[in-house]
Design a protein around this ligand. Structure first.
Ligand SMILES: [Zn+2]
Length: 165
């Protein structure tokens, strides 16, 4: 992983930490243009009850509104966790290209199962199964443990709030 890409991924981990500190699930994503400029960034915002408010979905809609098809085709989305099927579809529909994720959907699913978190209402599927034309890179071992720790903090906090050990 190149240093400039690690900088964007570290920012994703920071945004995921911000989400966690706001009581939300720890996910963060950054949209970067062809020349390396950060165009847009967001974090998970499902805490209010709208579970479609994933940062990757927000990025896809922002890109559709603000970027030309050519700009979208050369942009990269960096993200703390691999896109869910909803976000992969949005990414594919708006013609964004490359994705770099820290942890894979399979890793996340394994961690959540280990922690006894009930299954999500939507299956985790690898991005290429939803958007086969998108170039995908990840997981990024340098940062996986940090992201795992954020998910552990989020779910163990939630379990304590419900009186579980
Ligand atoms: Zn998603």
């Amino acid at each position: 992983m190149k240093d400039d890409e690690l900088i964007h991924l570290r920012r994703c981990v920071e945004l995921a930490t911000e989400a966690l500190e706001a009581g939300d699930e720890p996910f963060g994503s950054v949209l970067v243009g062809e020349d390396g400029t950060v165009l847009f960034e967001d974090r998970n915002r499902v805490g209010g009850g709208d579970h479609t408010r994933h940062p990757e979905f927000t990025i896809a809609r922002w890109a559709a509104e603000h970027l030309s098809p050519g700009q979208r085709a050369t942009a990269t989305v960096y993200t703390s966790g691999e896109h869910c099927p909803m976000c992969s579809a949005a990414h594919g529909w708006v013609g964004l290209d490359r994705i770099v994720f820290v942890c894979s959907a399979q890793q996340l699913e394994g961690w959540l199962t280990e922690m006894g978190v009930p299954p999500a209402p939507v299956r985790f599927l690898p991005i290429p199964e939803i958007a086969p034309g998108v170039r995908v890179e990840g997981p990024v071992p340098e940062l996986v443990d940090q992201v795992r720790a954020l998910h552990r903090r989020f779910h163990q906090g939630a379990q304590r709030a419900q009186g579980r050990p």
